[in-house]
Design a protein. Sequence first.
Length: 101
Amino acid sequence: MARFALLLLPALWLAALPAASRDLDQDEALRLTREGRIMPLERLMQAITRLYPQAQLLEVDLEEHNGQYLYDIDLLTANGFARELELDARTGQLLRDKEDD
């Protein structure tokens, strides 16, 4: 019985790890956009510009997390605050908007 518990321990440890995510490169992002699986970044940036006029784009990453495509967007607002946004790349829904440390 103890031997079975020792064999089961690595599987339980792996199950406790956070779900894997991966960064996608620009070629994959272009392919997903052409296939209609994600929204074009330009369209999402129009909505963000309405939310944060005159903000400067600092960084954009497209990630796949548990089969969901997410845009992570860092910007500097007109009043000098760094913000970190997370959007569903398929729907454009804003999932997170927080001040970046």
